[in-house]
Design a protein around this ligand. Structure first.
Ligand code: G6P
Ligand code: ZN
Length: 568
């Protein structure tokens, strides 16, 4: 007799619709009886379909509050659904990039069918913070829309789930756990070291020896100092192992490397507002390169000496321009690049110069997956602090940091020198983003409806602020047809493109868990020969466009906000 499979009657919960990146809700919502169980059952049914029985899945997350409970639920439900093996990070801990890699790598020679990631990414954690569950497919990437739609439909109809209630697994210790489950037979939980695989993988992508020579001073005769802020998120253990054990950095220069269930009370989002500690410390001028990562380790922010801010749009373009510095890219054919629509078009100019393809996708890493699988792109990024390549199917914060180190080791120039040289070569795509977080959802929706209703009348109109005038060339709601599978994603952001190429984009965030967040993206192109403006502060250069945008959408009237929560 094996462990019994129990059929538990349940009822659907409203709102289990995965957003930009999985299901994200406040912790108490997940703590409702059957809430997590329902969603996990639907992931297995709708996410795996006919592959469910006998499948192998990777499970882990950023260690936020509720992780242990959720891993337990997943183990019991997986066992009772005929899943054959779970590969679980020790203590349920895995960064999102590490998990994506584990799926792609396969397990003991057999393919892995997908993964369940327990994170709400950059959202705060703790008992009142956010939790999240995301399903990734066998390519290691977030489930595409048709899969998340199917999962959602299943959540609206569910009336029972299966659970091996009596199964108890200690996933705090690495090793193999085998069980006999009624109906299905053998069920295995392999608890693995959370860090090793990823670190080994990075050593095949980059030239560690060269990076080490840069950091220790052997390369230039001067120590190159880095300052890294893991914000108590998932990157801490990876960064410590990589930088201290392999690359010779000083452990004192690694901040907040211990993962905490509530991120130490912080908001683990690497931007100029929430990673202020790093920004302030970098201002002192002692460090050559600064980086911060988000809760689950897929986002990154890059700073140069004295807190020189590298916009994610520029970071992507600089890496694209220097792909040859990175051994991984030298070993393959780089065919193209991609960026999300709100991301400034700096990378487009690099693609053009190199004669490569470039794609403009909707916001959300999942839209890059098909392009990578079809080998149309090798590198991509988003303005939301996401940079990555086809080494996995998630963005990868630590990878981006290593990519910068490799480029710095190759070029032996400073971060500001590299970025400014880039602008002098290609011109500069100046970018800023205003976020109005947690505004009243009704007001936010009204703002978008109000704005879109005026779009037909906008084309050809001249809009001015601070004595600068822009003429509208295009006004639309962005739509994307996937060039690989032909699927169409509509309503991906309201976009005003002016005759000089400057853009205003308005979008509602898809990653919040309460209220609504309005994002206003602004970008403009400064030609390389405009010496006067080329290196001016972004906020000065974009001020007129910001004023035009705020006036057009009646931001204050609809949201009662006089200022954004975050400016990037
Ligand atoms: C997550 C996704 C990114 C996406 C971002 C957008 O981080 O992984 O690919 O760019 O969310 O968030 P938003 O809040 O703007 O929908
Ligand atoms: Zn994240």
């Amino acid at each position: 007799m094996g462990i019994p499979v129990v059929e538990v009657p349940t009822k659907p919960f409203a709102g289990q619709k995965p957003g930009t990146s999985g299901l994200r809700k406040r912790v108490p919502e997940f703590q409702q009886k059957h809430y997590t169980e329902n969603f996990v059952q639907c992931i297995l049914d709708a996410g795996l379909g006919s592959k469910k029985r006998g499948s192998q899945l990777v499970v882990g997350g950023d260690g936020r509050f509720l992780t242990m409970e959720a891993v337990n639920v997943i183990i019991k439900i997986a066992a009772a659904n005929g899943v054959s093996r779970l590969i679980v990070g020790q203590n349920g801990f895995l960064s999102t990039p590490a998990l994506s890699h584990l799926i792609r790598k396969g397990h003991e020679g057999k393919p892995v069918d997908g993964g369940v990631i327990l994170t709400a990414s950059h959202n705060p954690g703790g008992p009142k913070g956010d939790f999240g569950i995301k399903f990734n497919c066998d390519n290691g990437g977030p489930a595409p829309d048709h899969v998340t739609d199917a999962i959602y439909t299943a959540t609206t109809k569910i009336d029972k789930y299966f659970s091996a209630e009596e199964l108890s697994c200690d996933f705090t210790v690495p090793g193999r756990n085998e069980y006999e489950v009624d109906k299905y037979g053998k069920f295995v939980v392999d608890v693995i070291d959370s860090v090793n695989d990823y670190v080994n993988f990075m050593s095949t992508i980059f030239d560690f020896a060269k990076i080490k020579r840069l950091l220790t001073g052997e390369l230039t005769g001067r120590k190159f100092r880095v300052l890294v802020d893991s914000m108590h998120g998932a990157t801490g253990p990876y960064v410590s192992t990589l930088l201290v054990d392999h690359l010779g950095a000083d452990s004192n220069d690694l901040l907040r490397t211990v993962p905490k269930p509530d991120f130490g009370g912080g908001h683990p989002d690497p931007n100029l507002t929430y990673a202020k500690t790093l920004v302030d410390k970098m201002k002192g001028g002692d460090y050559d390169l600064g980086a911060a990562f988000d809760g689950d380790g897929d986002r990154n922010m890059i700073l140069g000496k004295e807190s020189f801010f590298v916009t994610p749009s520029d970071s992507l373009a600089v890496i694209a321009d220097n792909v040859d510095a990175i051994p991984y890219f030298r070993s393959k054919k780089v065919t193209g690049f991609a960026r999300s629509m709100p991301t400034a078009g700096a990378v487009d100019l690099v693609a053009k110069a190199k004669g490569l393809e470039v794609f403009e996708t909707p916001t959300g890493w999942k839209y890059f997956g098909n392009l990578m699988d079809a080998q149309r792109i090798a590198l991509c990024g988003e303005e939301s602090f996401g940079t990555g390549s086809d080494h996995i199917r998630e963005k990868d914060g630590v990878w981006a940091f290593l990519a910068w180190l490799q480029i710095l080791a190759e070029r032996r120039e400073s971060v500001p020198q590299i970025v400014q040289a880039h602008w002098k070569k290609y011109g500069r795509n100046v970018f800023t983003r205003y976020d109005y977080e947690n505004v009243d959802a009704a007001g936010a929706n009204l703002l978008m409806t109000f704005l879109e209703a005026q779009f037909p009348a906008f084309v050809g109109r001249q809009l001015s602020a601070n004595g600068v005038t822009y003429k509208v060339a295009v006004a639309d709601n962005f739509q994307y047809k996937d060039p690989i599978d032909g699927s169409v994603a509509t309503k991906q952001g309201l976009r005003l493109v002016f005759e000089d190429g400057s853009r205003l984009v308005f979008r509602l965030s898809g990653t919040g868990s309460a209220g609504a967040t309005i994002r206003l993206y602004v970008d403009s192109y400064i030609p390389a020969d405009d010496a006067q403006r080329l290196c001016a502060p972004a906020q000065d250069l974009l001020k007129p466009l910001v004023l035009i945008a705020l006036d057009l959408c009646k931001m204050e009237q609809f949201t009662n906000r006089t200022a954004p929560t975050v400016i990037t």
